[in-house]
Design a binder for this molecule. Structure first.
Ligand SMILES: [Zn+2]
Length: 343
């Protein structure tokens, strides 16, 4: 009897150890890699090099996005933390600066292309995209045709929105197929903006959807609302990079979180913290407002609301909780205020 209890206990311990040792996938999001483009959407060449060096020195595995995302959602990641590199908008500097640096290291990466912009000033040409697409390290995927704000506008009829969204999603996919012969089931939302109906459009197409809220991808992440860490100069500094690279998805079912379009300003976020975590160790922050209070309800329900209203179109609540080994669980809730002008 005692022996059996011991065996059960040790099996349980192994299961717990396996669970806590399980790695997650961290997706990095870039626009320009350049010292001459707008700072808000640029990563300097030296910072990019420093980031790649940190990924290498931490012994992280740089992986192709789609397979790693699917494995993470299925809870099938190995124990080694994985990183995927993505670029939105197919800017020229990615071809000129980033591509050779990544090729040299043998790191795979994904370029999300808004097809209407290709060949325009500052963007790659179709020939350049074709050339990159020859490399087995490169995946090219859909970032819409027109780079529109694709959540349904307040004054837009359902029929007009359907037509606008379907056209932007499917036209880009058709052009990528026509120009490059590819049909990759991944989509990055322009501006990271989405609503529930747009997520549904991705689900119908069986596409994977990536936003611009931060956090790691794990088994509890949502297939059409996956987080990526923005890596522009203001966010990608080396001092805070290690915490992001080693972060894990806060084990809260992302599909139970709100879609982000909120009628209330400031909005309220509620979620249930797993029993293994402790609300007193949870820290939450709101865009531009710093640390915010956490209200504890019954059964591990936490409720957070920033003290002040927001006057920007997109803003976030970010929460972290220690995950052991100096690592953090990370959850970012994006909010979208459709009343604010499109940028
Ligand atoms: Zn974009």
């Amino acid at each position: 009897m005692a022996r059996q209890t011991l065996r059960v206990a040790s099996a349980l311990l192994c299961a717990v150890a396996a669970l806590s040792a399980r790695a997650d996938l961290v997706v990095l999001q870039y626009h320009h890699i350049s010292d001459a483009t707008p700072p808000a959407t640029s990563t300097s060449i030296s910072l990019f090099e420093g980031q790649l060096e940190m990924i290498a020195s931490e012994g992280l595995e740089v992986v192709a996005l789609q397979a790693a995302t699917e494995a993470a959602l299925n809870g099938e990641l190995a124990t080694r933390q994985q990183v995927a590199i993505t670029f939105d908008d197919a800017y020229e500097s990615v071809y000129q600066q980033a591509a050779p640096m990544l090729e040299q290291r043998g790191y795979p990466y994904t370029i999300f292309v808004n097809t209407d912009a290709v060949g325009g000033k500052g963007y790659m040409t179709w020939d350049q995209l074709k050339e990159l697409n020859q490399s087995e390290l490169v995946t090219i995927a859909n970032h819409s045709h027109d780079h529109g704000h694709l959540a349904r506008r307040i004054d837009e009829s359902q029929a007009d929105w359907e037509q606008r969204a379907d056209n932007s999603l499917d036209r880009a996919q058709a052009i990528l197929q026509d120009r490059l012969g590819i049909d990759v089931p991944m989509f990055a939302y322009p501006y990271g903006e989405f609503d529930a109906a747009l997520e549904e459009k991705l689900s119908t197409r069986n596409w994977i959807g990536y936003g611009q809220q931060s956090g790691a991808v794990g088994a509890t992440s949502g297939k059409t609302r996956l987080p990526r860490f923005p890596m522009a100069n203001a966010y990608g500094q080396l001092g805070s990079l290690k915490d992001k690279l080693l972060s894990k998805a806060l084990p809260v079912n992302a599909n139970d979180l709100p879609t982000g379009v909120s009628a209330d300003n400031p909005p309220t976020l509620e979620f249930k913290l797993p029993e293994t975590l402790n609300v007193s160790q949870l820290s939450c922050f709101a865009s531009g407002q710093g640390r915010i209070e956490i209200e504890e309800g019954d059964n591990g329900i936490v409720r957070i609301q920033a003290p002040d209203g927001f006057d920007s179109r997109r803003f976030r609540y970010n929460c972290t909780h220690p995950a052991g080994d100096g690592r953090y669980y990370w959850l970012s809730q994006q909010w979208l205020d459709l009343q604010q002008p499109e940028d």
